[in-house]
Design a protein around this ligand. Structure first.
Ligand SMILES: Nc1ncnc2c1ncn2[C@@H]1O[C@H](COP(=O)(O)OP(=O)(O)OP(=O)(O)O)[C@@H](O)[C@H]1O
Ligand SMILES: [Mg+2]
Length: 501
C-alpha cells in the first residue's frame, strides 16, 4: 500500500466546509449546492455539475451546476451510458479525461449547444451501498492544466461523503413528510368541523371551561360529537399533557363497572387474581370522561357521587383511602331532566356533574355544515391522497341537505365512508349515498282498515320514499322499484302524491 500523501489542494477551510454538510441535512437542495461548491473550490475547477440518477427513467439530470453556463446546463438530461457522466454512472467507475476531444465517449452536443469549451473532465460516481445515485463532474481547471490522478483520488473520497450526506438528507425528508402527514391525520380526526352559530358557540364555551376544573356535562343526541367535544376540552386544558381516560358506563354490568371505576385488590372477589388500578386512579391529574353516564345504575350513581364529593375512594376489597385530583367530563344522549323526574337519575349527581352544561346540536339544526362535514370525511376516507378533492355534484348536496340525519354526524360519516368505497373515486353521486333508502317505512296499518286501504297506504308511502331517494326523478324511482315509468305516474296521480317531496 502506498502511504497517504497530504493533498495540497485540501485546506482546513475545505474540511470546515465539508463538516457543514452534517448540519445541512434538513434542506437537501441547500446541501447539494454546498457539496458542489466545496468540491469546485477544492478542485479549482471552472465549472461543475452534480447529476442525480432518476431510478425510474434511467436518466441523469443536472441537479446543481456552477460556472458561466450553469443555468443553461439545467435544461439537459442525459441517458445512462451517454457521454462521460452517463458512462461513469453506468459503470460506477470514475473517469479522468485530459483532453475530451480525443475521447470517443464524450458527448459534445451539450458543450456545443451552450457554447462552452470543454477540455479536461474529471467525473466520479456517487454511490450508496454500491448503488450509483448520481455523479459529480468537474470541467477544466482554472489554471488551464488538466486534472491529475491525485485529483481523482481525492474526489472519490469526497463523492462517497457526499453520497452519505445525500442519503441521510433524503431519509430525513421522508421521516419529516411522514410526520407531517400523521399529524394532519390526527388533527383531522380530532378537529370539530362546523361554521353554524350553535356549534361555534359550543366550541367557544368549551374552550372557556377548559381552563377550569369545573365538572362538565355534555348533552346531545347520539352521534352529534359529544366525545369529540370532550377531547377538545381536555386538549385545551392545562391537563393536556396527560391522556384523557374514558369509561363507557353503558357497556358493562354494575359489578364490572365498579371495578373498572375504582379498581380492585387482589382476591377482592372470585376471579380477581391481580390487583387492578381503576379509571379514577388512572385519571389522577388528568381528565376522566364518563361516557353514557345516563345508563349508570342508581347504585353506581351513589358510589360515584360519594367519590366525587369526598375526593377519595377505595379500591373494591381495599381499605386504604385513595385520593385523586380529577377533572370530570360526562356525556349522555338521554333527556336527563326526564330521567330525574322518572327517578332513574339522581338529582344530586346531576348537579355535581353539570357545573357547566354543553349541548351538542343535532345535525338537522346545523344543515349548513353538512357539505363541510361531507367534504371533510371524503378527504379522510379517500383511498389515495390525490391532489384534487372528491367532488360533490349539486344533486348529491341536495340529497344530503333534504335528509334529516337521525344518526347525526356519525351517520353522515358512515354514509360518506361507504360512498367513497362504492363510488368512482372522483365524485360522490346521489346514488352512492344509501342512507335515505335505508329509512324504514313507518307503520300506519291499523285494525279496522280494509286490506285494500292497508295496501294503498303502504304503496303510497313506498312510492314517496323512493321519489325522495331519487330527488323526484320518476324514471329512476320506477327503475329502483321495478315498475314501468308510466305505471308509476298513474299511481302518483291516483294517490295524489305531491310532485315536490
Ligand atoms: N363537528 C365534527 N367534525 C368532525 N367530525 C365530527 C364532528 N362531530 C362528530 N364527528 C365525528 O362523528 C362521529 C361521532 O362523534 P362522537 O363519537 O363524538 O359522537 P357522540 O355524540 O359521542 O355519539 P354517541 O352518543 O353515539 O356516543 C365521530 O367519528 C366523530 O369523529
Ligand atoms: Mg359517544
Amino acid at each position: 500500500m502506498t502511504p497517504m500523501k497530504p493533498h495540497d489542494n485540501l485546506s482546513i477551510d475545505h474540511l470546515k466546509n465539508i463538516s457543514q454538510w452534517i448540519s445541512n441535512i434538513y434542506d437537501l437542495n441547500q446541501l447539494l449546492e454546498l457539496v458542489l461548491e466545496t468540491g469546485t473550490r477544492i478542485m479549482r475547477a471552472k465549472a461543475s455539475s452534480l447529476l442525480l440518477l432518476d431510478q425510474k427513467t434511467k436518466q441523469l439530470y443536472f441537479k446543481v451546476t456552477t460556472g458561466d453556463k450553469k443555468d443553461e446546463m439545467k435544461n439537459f438530461a442525459i441517458k445512462l451510458g451517454q457521454g462521460i457522466a452517463g458512462h461513469v454512472a453506468e459503470t460506477g467507475q470514475p473517469l479522468l479525461i485530459e483532453d475530451v476531444a480525443k475521447d470517443r465517449r464524450w458527448y459534445r452536443s451539450i458543450s456545443d449547444q451552450i457554447g462552452f469549451k470543454t477540455r479536461s473532465i474529471l467525473c466520479v460516481p456517487m454511490k450508496v451501498h454500491d448503488k450509483v445515485i448520481g455523479a459529480i463532474e468537474f470541467i477544466n481547471k482554472t489554471d488551464g492544466e488538466s486534472f491529475h490522478q491525485n485529483d481523482l483520488e481525492l474526489l472519490t473520497v469526497f463523492a462517497d461523503l457526499a453520497a452519505i450526506a445525500i442519503l441521510n438528507a433524503r431519509k430525513f425528508q421522508f421521516v419529516e413528510r411522514d410526520n407531517t402527514g400523521l399529524k394532519q391525520t390526527l388533527d383531522m380526526n380530532h378537529s370539530i368541523i362546523g361554521k353554524n352559530k350553535l356549534i361555534i358557540k359550543v366550541i367557544a364555551d368549551a374552550r372557556k371551561v377548559a381552563d377550569s376544573t369545573a365538572s362538565t356535562l355534555i348533552l346531545g343526541e347520539s352521534g352529534t360529537g359529544k366525545e369529540l367535544l370532550a377531547r377538545l376540552i381536555h386538549a385545551a386544558s392545562p391537563r393536556k399533557e396527560r391522556h384523557m381516560v374514558t369509561l363507557n358506563c353503558a357497556a358493562m354490568t354494575e359489578s364490572l363497572l365498579e371495578s373498572e371505576l375504582f379498581g380492585h385488590e387482589k382476591s377482592a372477589f372470585t376471579g380477581a387474581s391481580e390487583q387492578k388500578i381503576g379509571k379514577l386512579e388512572l385519571a389522577d391529574e388528568s381528565t376522566l370522561f364518563l361516557d353514557e353516564i345516563g345508563e349508570m345504575s342508581p347504585g353506581m350513581q351513589a358510589k360515584l357521587l360519594r367519590a366525587l364529593q369526598d375526593g377519595i375512594f377505595y379500591r373494591v376489597g381495599g381499605n386504604t383511602p385513595i385520593s385523586v385530583d380529577i377533572r370530570v367530563i360526562a356525556a349522555t344522549n338521554r333527556d336527563i331532566a326526564k330521567e330525574i323526574i322518572k327517578g332513574n337519575f339522581r338529582e344530586d349527581l346531576y348537579y355535581r356533574l353539570n357545573v357547566v352544561e354543553l349541548r351538542m346540536p343535532p345535525l338537522k339544526d346545523r344543515k349548513e355544515d353538512i357539505p363541510l362535514l361531507a367534504r371533510h370525511f371524503a378527504s379522510l376516507f379517500r383511498r389515495e391522497k390525490a391532489d384534487f378533492p372528491i367532488e360533490f355534484p349539486q344533486d348529491t348536496i341536495d340529497k344530503m341537505m333534504t335528509y334529516d340525519w337521525p344518526g347525526n354526524i356519525r351517520e353522515l360519516r358512515n354514509a360518506i365512508e361507504r360512498a367513497v368505497v362504492m363510488g368512482n373515486g372522483r365524485q360522490i353521486l346521489p346514488e352512492d349515498l344509501s342512507m335515505i333508502s335505508a329509512e324504514p317505512i313507518r307503520q300506519h296499518i291499523r285494525i279496522g282498515m280494509t286490506l285494500k286501504e292497508a295496501l294503498d297506504d303502504f304503496k303510497k308511502r313506498f312510492i314517496e320514499i323512493n321519489l325522495k331517494n331519487t330527488m323526484g326523478n320518476q324514471s329512476k324511482a320506477a327503475e329502483v322499484m321495478g315498475i314501468q315509468r308510466t305505471y308509476l305516474s298513474r299511481l302518483i296521480s291516483r294517490y295524489r302524491i305531491p310532485k315536490t317531496l
